[in-house]
Each structure stands twice: as structure tokens, then as C-alpha cells.
Design a protein around this ligand. Structure first.
Ligand code: PHE
Length: 339
């Protein structure tokens, strides 16, 4: 029996297998009920009593050795399989690069969020427009310079097909198709024929607002804009309205906020005035209401419009407008936001 044990021990040392099936075959050959090692255990009862102790130990060692070897072979195949499939579930995950929203989208969404809290909804309209929606309905005189080739992009030299120069054109659509009360925001891209530089571009983005109802007053406009300025730039922000002119509003104003960089003390950014301009606004001109079929004796309204790039520059101090359209990820990745 001792001889048989040492033969099997040598055989175990030379165990090899090239698949899990071959490992299983080895197990059956040596360790199963009819296996060679099990057979030795069955013969054990014939071993003379005085040798039982010694042979018993040898047999146990042999069985453990075979079991260990088979387990080790099995394990090596399991690992190899995971490797081949390329799906090692224990490996740490590769970081997935998440995209970020464009800074102009972040700011646009924030503006919409602020005004939606006081009842404004959102309307969008076409970027290619006709003269009436961009200018005619909005009280632009026929010879107004904005209608000139120098300022407006025309499509195929047709003077009645043009790229909108402001999103007030969407308000023309709303006023002619809806009845007051109207309380709407018009975000979108607009086009103007300007040379591209760090401070001007041939397209930019606006959010304009329009509120028409009975008894809407300039005080309502001022209060809504003060609320907006504080929500956007902080509780301590102050506003200042300067008289201005737009064909579609009367009276008209431009609104400044106290410089959000120096808090109004004066710095390079606000050219030491303590104020920075952020939007245009006014009471909707009765001519506009009438042109769109709204009775100006019953209804009044206010309107305002702001450039999203301008607000974004104030919030994030982006010094060059061209960065917004170059799509350099090193620039874009710096903006993370809930909006
Ligand atoms: N439409 C104007 C512009 O593009 C902004 C504006 C809107 C001004 C509404 C007053 C009222 O400059």
C-alpha cells in the first residue's frame, strides 16, 4: 500500500489540465467514490494493525494534497475566464467624464427659474422671421436704421425674410394669438450684423419678458425687476433706472445694478461708477398693443429684455464673448450648476 501511495503522490505532483473539464476528470479519477485514492481508503481495513497509524497519516496527506492541487487548478481557470471575458467585476470602475451645461444655458435656465416663481411661462419662436414680427408690429418706423442691411441679416436679399434681431418678435406672435392676461418669457438666439470681437458677436442670446393685463403699472415693472436683480445677484443688490428709448415701449428705461464685484464702491469692472447696465425695459407702447389687436384703452403692459451673455459675464467674469461659441472644453468644464 505504501508503494501505491508514493506512486499516486508523484502522479498528483504532475497534475496539469487545460480546461475546467479536465480538472473535473482528475477529481473523478482520484477522489470520487470510485476514485483511486478512495479505493485506498477502502483497502485500509486490510492494513495490519501495527501499520494503521503510519499508513493512515500517509493516506490523509495524500488525499489533502490531491484536493489542494485540484482546487488550485480550478481556481486558475476561473480567474483566467474572467480575464478572457474582459469583465473583471472586482476591478475599480473607470471614471466616466460627465458633461456640463453650457454657461449660457445655466444662466438662461436660472433667469427662467426666477421669473417662473412670479408666474411667467416660456414661449419660443422662429429665428428666421418676417419684417412685421421683428419690426412692423413693434412700432419701428419704416426708415428705422435697424431695418438697414448694416444691422440686420437678410435671407437671400429678400427684405421680408430676415434673422430676428431680438426675441421681441416672439412677443408679436403671442400678442396676436393670445388674449390678456399674458405673462411670458421669450428666451432665444438673436442675430445682428456686427464684426466679431471680444465684446461683440454676430449672434447672442436674450431673455425678454412681457406682461399685459388690466392696470399693469411702471411700479409693477420696477418691483419685478428688483426681485429679479436680488435673486440673481444677491440680496444686497440695488437697481437704478435711467430714461432711454425703444420704439416699442413708452416710457422706456435702461436698468443698472450696483456693481456685483465691488458692491457699488467703484472698480475697474464698473469703470469706477459703482453701477453696471443689465437690461432694457418699459411700458408697452399703445401702438404695439393696437397693432397686435389688443385694446390699449383696457390693457397696459410692461416689457423687458436682457442679453444672456451680459448676465453671464457679470456672474462669472468671462472677459471674451467669443469663448461662448468656441466650445473649448477647458472653458466649458469650469461651469457646474444645478440649473
Ligand atoms: N428688444 C430690446 C433689445 O433687443 C430689449 C427690450 C425689450 C427693451 C423689451 C425694452 C423692452 O435691445
Amino acid at each position: 500500500m505504501q508503494e501505491k501511495i508514493s506512486q499516486l503522490s508523484v502522479a498528483i505532483d504532475s497534475f496539469t489540465a487545460s480546461s475546467v473539464e479536465e480538472v473535473e476528470a482528475l477529481r473523478i479519477k482520484y477522489l470520487s467514490k470510485k476514485g483511486e485514492i478512495t479505493a485506498l481508503f477502502n483497502d485500509f481495513r486490510n492494513v495490519p494493525n501495527e501499520q494503521k497509524r503510519e499508513i493512515g497519516q500517509l493516506l490523509n496527506q495524500l488525499r489533502d494534497k490531491a484536493q489542494d492541487k485540484i482546487n488550485a487548478l480550478k481556481e486558475s481557470f476561473e480567474n483566467a475566464q474572467v480575464h478572457v471575458a474582459g469583465s473583471d467585476l472586482t476591478r475599480t470602475a473607470d471614471p466616466i467624464a460627465l458633461g456640463t451645461r453650457h454657461p449660457l444655458s445655466i444662466v438662461k435656465n436660472e433667469i427662467i427659474d426666477i421669473f417662473s416663481r412670479i408666474g411667467f411661462t416660456v414661449a419660443e419662436g422662429p429665428e428666421v422671421e418676417d419684417d412685421w414680427h421683428v419690426f412692423g408690429a413693434l412700432n419701428f418706423a419704416p426708415e428705422h436704421p435697424a431695418r438697414d442691411m448694416q444691422d440686420t441679416f437678410f435671407v437671400e436679399k429678400n427684405p421680408d425674410v430676415l434673422l430676428r434681431t431680438h426675441t421681441s418678435s416672439v412677443q408679436s406672435h403671442i400678442m396676436t394669438t393670445q388674449k390678456p392676461p399674458i405673462r411670458v418669457l421669450c428666451p432665444g438666439r438673436v442675430y445682428r450684423n456686427e464684426a466679431i470681437s471680444y465684446r461683440a458677436h454676430c449672434f447672442f442670446h436674450q431673455v425678454e419678458g412681457l406682461y399685459i393685463d388690466k392696470d399693469v403699472s411702471f411700479a409693477d415693472l420696477k418691483q419685478a425687476l428688483l426681485y429679479f436683480a436680488k435673486e440673481m445677484f444677491g440680496e444686497n443688490t440695488q437697481i437704478r433706472l435711467r430714461p432711454s428709448y425703444f420704439p416699442f415701449t413708452e416710457p422706456s428705461a435702461e436698468m443698472d445694478i450696483s456693481c456685483n464685484l465691488c458692491g457699488g464702491k467703484g472698480c475697474n469692472f464698473c469703470k469706477h461708477t459703482g453701477w453696471v447696465e443689465i437690461l432694457g425695459c418699459g411700458m408697452v407702447d399703445p401702438n404695439v398693443l393696437e397693432a397686435c389687436g389688443i385694446d390699449s384703452k383696457v390693457y397696459t403692459g410692461y416689457a423687458f429684455g436682457m442679453g444672456v451673455e451680459r448676465i453671464t459675464n457679470l456672474k462669472y467674469q468671462v472677459k471674451d464673448l467669443r469663448l461662448f461659441s468656441e466650445n473649448d472644453v477647458r472653458f466649458l468644464q469650469q461651469f457646474k450648476s444645478a440649473f
